[in-house]
Write a protein that binds this ligand. Structure first.
Ligand code: MN
Length: 285
């Protein structure tokens, strides 16, 4: 199942190049009062909602995908966990590019661990990336994103994929510089999620997906998740020994080689096998 959020917070079932409005299914979610849950309620209740979404989509309005305003498929992620330098080819390019490493040693992911991005930086592809420090280098990073489906605490590597609700494409936008990653990568609009959530049953093993990114049609990134240093199941297991992963948490698994700068006016196209494609405009503040 492919689920998008579109226009004014509508929920859509993606079928080919069309979207059927399934917002009515959300009526089955419990009514909340303050304090609200700190998990994403669509993702947490996905199993219960699934048949209702299919039913609602049958009678829902049907739109061509083209022209819809696509929002982040997860509206309320509790956290965004991210893997630094998780492809050897990106490790090698970072070591040799002073514009990426900024005088710092590139440390292996197994040593430096994971980092967190602010959830306030998350948005869908339609909103565009707003360059925050135009005087500095602002890079694209295409990443496979795993959306956590149920609470994961100290889970074994071999069971870790059972905790994934689905996958989407992520852009881990980054201003290069000497600051901590969590600051440089948490700028508003610097975490793009889209085009929709593809549920895990449609993906199976996520370690054979091509990732391709172009800027203004020019090739930049082209690699395969087979080359992840720390695999998705290992990332989830590892993270879960530090904090409980919750439904709706977004896990960015790292970017391959070919990262590079974008400037206002650029158009980023990113696609990952089985997950679709996103187009993102870069603009000035
Ligand atoms: Mn990244």
């Amino acid at each position: 199942m492919k689920l998008c959020r579109f226009n004014d917070n509508r929920l859509g079932l993606v079928e080919g190049d069309h979207v059927s409005d399934a917002t009515e299914a959300l009526d089955a979610l419990p009514a909340y009062r303050y304090p609200l849950p700190n998990t994403d309620q669509l993702i947490e209740n996905l199993a219960m909602l699934r048949p209702r979404i299919l039913e609602a989509a049958k009678s829902g309005a049907r739109f061509p995908l083209a022209g819809l305003k696509l929002l982040s498929p997860v509206a309320n992620p509790g956290k965004v966990v991210a893997a630094p330098v998780n492809y050897q080819a990106h490790f090698d390019e970072a070591e040799h590019d002073e514009g990426i490493r900024f005088g710092k040693e590139i440390v292996k992911i197994q040593t430096i661990g994971l980092f967190l991005k602010a959830t306030s930086s998350v948005q869908g592809p339609s909103a565009g990336v707003v360059i925050n420090h135009p005087d500095r280098r602002n890079d694209h990073e295409i990443e496979l994103v795993a959306v956590i489906g149920k609470p994961a605490r100290n889970v074994a590597v071999e069971n870790a994929l059972d905790y994934v609700a689905g996958y989407c494409i992520g852009l881990d936008m980054t201003v290069r510089g000497p600051e901590e990653r969590s600051m440089r990568k948490s700028i508003d609009t610097y975490t793009v999620m889209g085009p929709w959530l593809t549920t895990a049953d449609e993906i199976g093993d996520p370690h054979s997906l091509n990732l391709v990114l172009t800027v203004n049609g020019q090739p930049r990134q082209n690699n395969n998740t087979a080359n992840l240093i720390v695999k998705v199941r290992e990332l989830i297991s590892w993270a879960s020994t530090y904090y409980t992963l919750q439904p709706g948490d977004l896990f960015m698994t790292g970017t391959p080689d070919g990262v590079g700068p974008v400037v206002p006016g650029d158009t980023i196209d990113a696609r990952i096998d089985k997950l679709g494609a996103i187009q993102v405009k870069v603009r000035a503040a």
